[in-house]
Design a binder for this molecule. Structure first.
Ligand code: SF4
Ligand code: SF4
Length: 85
């Protein structure tokens, strides 16, 4: 089961919440790899922090269920959409 992302780009536009913000922030809170079309220009090589499936497989598969981790991520997406983060 893949994580459902509607490609709104809000996580990439709020990079201050990322542990990689110092590396990715282009200076205004937006990731330097986000294109004008709202796509990741390094998608196939994006950091694992940006890859929900790979992050779960590498770090959390023995700690929580995949569904639980997806749900946690989805709740962050929803809070970003509501401007509540
Ligand atoms: S905020 Fe959530 S739905 Fe929007 S692009 Fe990021 S992961 Fe996808
Ligand atoms: S590297 Fe790509 S997926 Fe990660 S925050 Fe930047 S634009 Fe988004």
């Amino acid at each position: 089961m893949a994580f459902e992302c509607d490609k709104c780009g809000l996580c990439c536009k709020n990079i201050r919440f990322s542990s990689l913000s110092a590396e990715l922030d282009r200076g205004d809170g937006v990731c330097k790899h986000l294109t004008e079309e709202n796509l990741c220009e390094i998608y196939s090589e994006r950091p694992i922090f940006c890859n929900v499936e790979a992050y779960y497989d590498k770090n959390l598969s023995e700690t929580m269920s995949r569904e639980e981790f997806y749900k946690m991520n989805k709740s962050v997406c929803e809070r970003l959409k509501k401007g509540n983060l």
